[in-house]
Design a protein around this ligand. Structure first.
Ligand code: ATP
Ligand code: MG
Length: 453
């Protein structure tokens, strides 16, 4: 079997071998090449000690920040290649970094410290594939299997549990029973992990997730985001909903395009439903205010996970407004849609439409696509007319108003805003003459009001 390796990486391997060391491509890049995918980076491992690696590549720019743990990055080709001395490691008392690493002479020990069999393979063009734990067979059979004793491995480093969920989603793997049992049993240890690492893994998982992953890994997912736990099995008592809130959420996540803001919004769109639940006299469930409360909760949850502020804002907006495209699609006329477009912008409306469509088809009851189709048709039509969305799109600017003799100050902005509303609603054409005349009227009215008061 031959795996293709980029020329600059191959050159580093050849150089180490020429100096009498072993050099192997290892981990994710071997897994990806076996799957026919393009790895996003290449890692090498070797029996050369860090000092020896540095010596072999003394004519290259080196990054030596990880040297204590055995890693030296050699800058070549498109990105640095990390070269790591064979090592074992132990004791993850802070659940972050190993307390110690030992450099080893054999590849096998290095592979044994790795998390899953599919990640514990190494390859060298002359020596072939090193696969002591059956990673290639597991990859072919779509099995996620911890290397060694699963419980012990997840106790060493709880992040492996979430990495497992991410790899299972990404490569459509089924966890082997003992691996799954250990992931489930030790899910509560995620509690002790740094929040930003949990966030990072979830961001890797969500775009790849399908509904089945939520079923298989519910103990891990609800341990990673405890606010999801009340959704488990939460019945909606509503004829439009066949599923509990958690199961519905799984379908919505899988149903939106695989972009982070949308996937996070889908994950959290109904997070406030359990808290907002009421039952009317007919025994029908309602969730009044769950969109707004959900947006607040999402901000809190993402804040605790140290998510970037921009993502928090975007997700909160999508959750606060979810359902609006269905509501507007049922209304006659397009004035409310024009207003919403000015308020939220085009991109957000497309995202909301995708979220609402997935929300609708994730209910498990016959869905009603007509409202969304009408919303989409109206939106397309409005956009085709090249609408005024901000005051910058108006045919006149603040400078024109100054030239007209209006005073500098907050009134200028207010007049432009009023013009935007009137043009946006289709009450005024967006032409300079009309807008200047209207601005004058507004200004005179403003002065008259001031004199009165
Ligand atoms: P990705 O494509 O997401 O980068 P990867 O498998 O390359 O996946 P990395 O985080 O880049 O993941 O790690 C490279 C390799 O290091 C892994 O394939 C695995 O062998 C090993 N590894 C990484 N993190 C751990 C861990 N927490 N425990 C054990 N082995 C790990
Ligand atoms: Mg990698």
């Amino acid at each position: 079997m031959e795996l293709s390796i980029p020329v600059p990486v191959l050159a580093l391997m050849e150089r180490l071998e020429d100096r009498g060391f072993e050099a192997w491509a290892v981990g994710g890049c071997v897994r990806d090449r076996l799957l026919g995918l393009a790895p996003h980076d290449w890692d090498l491992c070797t029996d050369a000690l860090p000092g020896e690696i540095a010596q072999v590549f003394e004519d290259f720019p080196l990054v030596r920040a990880g040297e204590k743990h055995g890693t030296i990055a050699v800058v070549t080709g498109r990105q640095p290649v990390e070269i790591t001395t064979f090592r074992t490691e132990g004791g993850y008392r802070d659940h972050r970094r190993p307390d110690w690493v030992h450099f080893e002479k054999s590849l096998r020990e290095d592979l044994a410290r790795r998390d899953f069999t599919i990640n514990a393979m190494a390859y060298n063009p002359h020596r072939g594939l090193a696969d002591p734990f059956g990673g290639q067979a597991d990859l072919a059979d779509c099995i996620l299997r911890a290397v060694g004793e699963p419980e012990k491995r997840f106790r060493e480093d709880g992040l492996r549990i979430l990495r497992g969920v991410r790899f299972a989603a990404r490569f459509h793997l089924t966890p082997e029973p003992r691996t799954l049992a250990a992931m489930t049993a030790l899910a509560p240890t995620l509690n002790g992990l740094a929040r930003e690492r949990i966030f990072g893994e979830l961001c890797g998982f969500l775009p790849a997730a399908c509904a089945k992953d939520f079923q298989t890994f519910w103990p891990v997912i609800t341990a990673a985001v405890p606010a999801l736990a009340p959704m488990l099995g939460f019945r909606q008592h509503n004829p439009h909903h066949a599923f509990d809130v958690y199961t519905h959420t799984a379908y919505v996540v899988a149903g939106v395009p695989p972009e982070l803001p949308l996937r996070w919004a889908a994950l959290l769109h109904d997070v406030a439903k359990p808290a907002c639940f009421t039952l009317d006299e007919e025994g029908v469930g309602h969730f009044r205010g769950h969109a707004h409360r959900g947006a607040e909760m999402a901000r809190e949850i993402l804040g605790q996970l140290h998510a970037p502020r921009a993502l928090q804002d975007r997700v909160a907006t999508l959750i606060a407004y979810h359902g609006v495209t269905r509501d507007l699609g049922r209304l006659p006329g397009d004035r409310p849609l024009r207003r919403l477009l000015r308020r939220l912008g085009e991109e957000t409306l497309w995202d909301l439409l995708a979220l609402d469509r997935a929300d609708d088809s994730g209910k498990g009851t016959p869905s009603d696509p007509a409202a969304f189709d009408r919303f989409e048709a109206s939106l397309r039509q409005i956009l085709a007319e090249q609408p005024c969305l901000t005051t910058r799109d108006l045919a006149i600017s603040g400078r024109d108003l100054l030239e007209l003799g209006l005073p500098q100050g907050p009134e200028l902005g207010r007049i432009l805003q009023t013009l935007l509303e009137e043009v946006g609603d289709g009450r005024l054409p967006n032409t300079p003459e009309v807008l200047l005349r209207r601005a004058e009227v507004l200004h005179q009215r403003h002065n008259a009001n001031r004199r009165k008061s």
